[in-house]
Each structure stands twice: as C-alpha cells, then as structure tokens.
Design a protein around this ligand. Structure first.
Ligand code: FEO
Length: 400
C-alpha cells in the first residue's frame, strides 16, 4: 500500500526507507537503515522533486500514482543524478511521456551516461536563479556544484519557503513514521554529522558558497533527499551545524583518541594518557580502536571535537595499514584546523611516528600538541614523565 504524508499544503513526501541495506554506497554502515526522500507538488502543474533508489521503486511509483490521483505529471526536477535518487527517471518518463525533465547542462550529461533511452525531447534546461511557475507555487533553482556532485541543484519553493536541498542536510537512518527532526529525539545530530563528514565533508568550501547564495532567503523547511525534514526552530540549528562543519570548526572542546594496536600495548599507552587527561579535568573524550570501529564513526567525531590523539605501531617499516588508510581518507576529506598529538610504538625500528607526522603534516592548520611519544614495545613506568608532559600539553591546549 502507498505510504505518503502531506508536509505542506499541496506538497507530499512520497519517499520510502530501506532497512535491509547493510552499507550506504557499499561503505558506510546503516544500523538504522536509510531513507530516500522524494516530494510531489500538486498545483496547476504537478512537479516531482527527484526520485529514489531502485530498492524501493515499487512503493515509490505507487506513492506517486496515488498522490497524482489520475493527473499527469508535468515536471520532474532532477536536483541530483546519483543513482540513489535518479534510479526511477526512465520509468517515470515511460509512465508520463509528456513530462519535462528539469535540470542543468551537467544533469543531462550525467543522465545520458546512466541511461541508454533517449529522453532528450523531455529536457528543460535551467540556469542558476531561474524560476518555474507551477501556478500558485514557484520553484527557483540554485546550482550547488559539488554538494555533493557537480550537477547538484537546490530547488527553493518561493511561496512557502521550502528548500529542497539534494543531499545537503541529510542524515543516515530510516524514518519510523515521523518525518521531522523535531519529532524524534534520538541520535539525529550524530547521524546527520556522520552523513555530512563522510559524504559531503570534502566540499566545505562549496557548502559555504551555497550558503552565500541562500543568504537572505526565508527558509521555513529543509527537505533533504535523505533522513529527516528540518522545519521551524530546527532550521537554524542544522544551518549552524553545517556552517561549523563546512568551515572545519569543531563543535566542542574535547578529545578523540583513536589507535591501532596488535597486542594491546599501544592501547595501553592510549588508556594511560586518557586517564591522565581525565585527572587534569578533561571531560569530553572518546576512544576508538580503528580495527574495530568503522572509520565513518571516527571521522564523524573528528568533525565534532577540537583535539585528536592518534596512536599506532610501526608495521612493515611503515604504519599499521588500517590507520594508514584512515589518515589518508581524512586527508582526502580536506580535514583541517585541529590539534593533534601522536603516540607511536615499535620493537626494533621506528616508522609510525614519522609516517603519522608526514600524513598529519599534509593537513591545513593542524597544530601538533606536545612531543610525540614513541613507545618501545610496552610503555614502562620510567617514561611516565613524558606521558605527563604530553597530558599537560593537551590539557593546556583545551583548558587554556
Ligand atoms: Fe544521496 Fe549524493 O546521493
């Protein structure tokens, strides 16, 4: 049976959820599934905002059919051509052959890369700032290149102040009936941050550029393609978070300690340091074993906190490769503006500290706090003064 909600006068959510998918983009764990949102507007003209992933096509098409109630579909607004949203375009065109596909030049380039059916007679190409009247409602298009692909557009409905924001402001997690961020109280900002940092995190400058375009707009509701809808008082809350995240500014003063450890000796050094930090009054600390916790959760916390402590043994005269991969991914994401401390470990030849320093050195505005501690196999009590000095330096950087 169809499953829809009217989210504003004549604007309907027609999306759905996938709780079976193990990993988003086949990489990021989905312990609570994922929502694929699509929206249908009924006016003198009808307009559908994006489609959904192929995994929920049957329900989605039933939703669209039901809300249209026998009317034709005039426009499909294609804000994003990634397959988790564009998978139903051909089927929509086959069902509503008079439809106009609204996109920009890049949209149609990608559409032709993903589809073999010639749909060019349905194209309606729009430019940045162009408007399209549906009758009482007016859609205005804002190009939002690289948030998260180059063809991305945001669509702003002028009369009700609704921003259809493609992937931006999205979150992991399926809906449990409630569509709005203000209706649920569990974990929403953590999953919004994990989504942002891992999916959009590299494109902070582009997010800031779109913010400039949107400044001054009255936005009453933000409808992303994933997760919850932000409305009313939750709009400035998520905007403020996006502003921080896209400027790589930490939300909180606190420490993320993440380590690789084969036999528990590097872990022991990390624990000893965390204990000393706690005794110095540091309160917001989180520790992860990179071989156990999926990197997307660690990366999410890195976006949140001011200080990092990275611990790893030397491995094959280099760096333990799970840590190596994580640090390289953080670099790819353009992560910057943090305070970093290092703990290495080795038994006969030391490389870990050097490689970590090199990798961290490629990041912008990263300050190394304290002298890196290079453990020899196990941390001995005689080296406690060095650990104390490191704890003092980190505490000083947080508490001032
Ligand atoms: Fe949800 Fe960039 O696709």
């Amino acid at each position: 049976m169809y499953s829809i909600q009217e989210i504003a006068p004549k604007v309907y959510w027609v999306g759905g959820n996938d709780r079976r998918l193990e990993r988003f983009e086949n990489m990021f764990p989905l312990p609570n599934g994922v929502a694929y949102n699509s929206y249908l507007m009924l006016d003198e003209k009808t307009a559908l905002i994006d489609t959904v992933d192929q995994s929920i096509s049957a329900l989605y098409l039933e939703n669209v059919t039901y809300v249209l109630g026998g009317r034709d579909l005039d426009y499909l607004i294609i804000n994003h051509m990634e397959p988790d949203h564009c998978a139903n375009i051909e089927e929509i065109v086959r069902r509503y052959p008079n439809i106009q596909l609204v996109g920009n030049k890049k949209t149609f380039q990608f559409l032709e890369q993903y589809y073999s059916l010639d749909m060019s007679s349905n194209y309606l190409e729009v430019k940045d700032g162009q408007e399209l009247s549906l009758g009482n409602q007016t859609l205005r298009f804002y190009t939002a290149a690289m948030v998260h692909w180059p063809e991305v557009m945001f669509t702003y409905e002028v009369s009700q102040g609704i921003l259809f924001s493609a992937d931006a402001f999205g979150s992991f997690g399926a809906h449990a009936g409630n569509l709005y961020a203000d209706e649920v109280d569990d974990n929403i900002m953590n999953e919004a941050r994990r989504y942002y940092a891992n999916i959009v995190g590299r494109y902070g400058a582009q997010v800031q550029a779109v913010f400039q375009k949107l400044s001054g707009l009255a936005i009453n509701m933000i409808c992303s393609l994933h997760g919850l809808i932000w409305r009313g008082e939750s709009v400035p809350i998520i905007f403020d978070k996006y502003d921080l995240w896209s400027r790589y500014e930490p939300e909180n003063k606190g420490v993320v300690l993440f380590y690789a450890s084969m036999y528990g000796n590097t872990e022991n050094a990390m624990n000893a340091l965390a204990n000393k930090l706690a005794q110095r009054g540091i309160r917001d600390m989180h520790m992860y074993d990179v071989s156990k916790t999926h990197p997307s959760y660690i990366i999410s916390d890195l976006w949140k906190y001011s200080n990092l402590v990275i611990g790893s043994p030397t491995y094959n005269a280099h760096l333990y490769f799970v840590m190596d991969a994580l640090l390289r991914e953080i670099t790819v994401l353009g992560f910057k503006n943090r305070k970093v401390s290092l703990i290495g470990n080795h038994t006969w030849a030391s490389s870990a500290v050097k490689v970590m320093q090199e990798l961290v050195g490629t990041m912008t505005d990263v300050e190394i706090i304290g002298t890196p501690l290079d453990v020899r196999s196990t941390l001995k009590a005689e080296r406690e003064p060095e650990l104390d000095a490191l704890a003092d330096a980190i505490s000083e950087s947080i508490l001032g």
